[in-house]
Design a protein around this ligand. Structure first.
Ligand code: HSE
Length: 397
């Protein structure tokens, strides 16, 4: 028998219990033994829940039970989740998680603790929910030097941008609708300001580079400043606006990572990713471009990825091919990337702004497409023209 403990009986945690229960014959067959959830740790009680009898409030019960070999951390945050994860690994129990904040901050350390204690720390569900992108990069793309990862990594913001374009609605109304539908949190800050995407692209950049890419150092622009006019002008020019996390790896092994809304040409696979779906576009030096698409959030999609890791931990334990990254900060190429911009100009300013730029083309009376500019070159332009520039959005190409 393989006994599993689940830390946190929220959306993902309850999904994990459901997947292990509903798919038990598959899960057990693929694990090589029958799998069962023995404990569910939560601060709350769940009277009437079919798993009520498994709910406990003391993590030591799990840590001190030698029967429990695998722990699913679906609590979130970096406080108790970090403490409990480390303690479980030190006891030789493998830990699997969907907690991107914890993986982004302490992943390298926790993987080392796992290796030192003969167990595994696995986190497929921390990026792209149910999309199997981490395992794919680490195994199927293992012969590649990956040079770029660009992803739509947040379902909430992709839903908002899609609805703004298709329904002609503004940002505030669409955010409200996303909250009513349960896609956006009551406090949507981490999603709409790009911090959630920053954590996810930092994990992908860690894997790409083999070194620590601190999500706190990633420049993150969210979508709060995207207006209906930006979306309409982009659409007229043949583009959609998508919030992208992008990590580039240069020949000298330095890495840049950023989060921002980008214009993506209609027809590019990332432009066709709509509503709450996510996609990750990976470029390798031999394979060239591949894309992974699916549900980036949601109870059962995310739980399926967690349980796949549980099975991996059960079957392979410490030999899981999650070599991960070390704690040395990556050599940073922040600010080196350059992009063309769509610049929306206030009435009567287009010619003046265009004349100040080499390589800019006017695509309408109020819209310019610039030549390639770095972040600081664009900041200079914005400083020079102030309110005459209504908005500037990078172009992904
Ligand atoms: N808030 C996240 C999203 C959930 O909207 O994509 C999954 O990490």
């Amino acid at each position: 028998m393989i006994y599993v403990a689940v830390l946190g009986y929220g959306t993902v945690g309850s999904g994990v219990v459901e997947v292990i229960d509903r798919n038990n014959s598959i899960v057990s067959a693929n694990s090589g033994d029958e799998m069962q959830v023995k404990y569910i740790l939560d601060l709350r009680d769940f009277p009437g829940d079919p798993n009520e009898s498994k709910v406990i409030h003391d993590v030591d019960v799990i840590l001190n039970d030698p029967d429990v070999s695998i722990v699913c951390e679906t609590m979130g945050g970096v406080g108790a989740a970090y403490k409990f994860t480390k303690a479980a690994l030190e006891k030789g129990k493998s830990v699997v998680t969907s907690n991107k904040e914890l993986v982004a901050k302490h992943g390298a350390e926790l993987m080392k603790v796992a290796r030192d204690n003969g167990c595994a720390y696995l986190f497929e569900a921390s990026v792209g929910g149910g999309i199997p992108v981490i395992r794919t990069i680490i195994t199927a793309l293992t012969a590649e030097r990956i040079t770029q990862i660009a992803g739509i990594l947040n379902g909430t913001t992709n839903f908002i941008l899609t609805r703004m374009e298709e329904d002609g609605a503004d940002f505030a109304d669409t955010l409200k609708k996303a909250q009513e539908l349960g896609y956006a949190e009551a406090d949507p800050t981490a999603d709409i300001e790009g911090h959630d995407t920053a954590r996810k692209i930092s994990i992908l950049a860690d894997i790409m580079s083999g070194h620590f890419v601190d999500s706190d150092n990633i420049s993150a622009e969210g979508i709060t400043h995207i207006s209906g006019d930006d979306i309409a002008e982009a659409s007229k020019a043949g583009y959609r606006i998508r919030l992208l996390g992008i990590a580039n790896r240069y020949d000298d092994d330095s890495v840049s990572a950023m989060v921002a809304p980008f214009l993506v040409k209609k027809g590019h696979p990332l432009a066709g990713v709509c509503d709450v779906f996510n996609a990750i576009f990976v470029t390798g030096n031999m394979l060239d471009e591949t894309m992974y698409y699916g549900k980036g959030a949601g109870k059962l999609a995310t739980a399926s990825a967690v349980v796949a890791d549980v099975i991996d931990a059960a079957v392979k334990g410490t030999s899981c091919k999650y070599t991960g990254w070390d704690e040395t900060p990556v050599s940073s190429a922040a600010g080196c990337d350059s992009y063309r911009y769509m610049v929306r100009c206030s009435a009567g300013s287009t010619d003046e702004i265009k004349a100040s730029l080499s390589g800019a083309e006017a695509v309408s009376d109020t819209v310019l497409f610039t030549g390639k500019m770095t972040d600081s070159q664009y900041a200079d332009l914005k400083n020079r023209f102030g309110e005459k520039i209504a908005n500037g959005i990078r172009i992904y190409e």
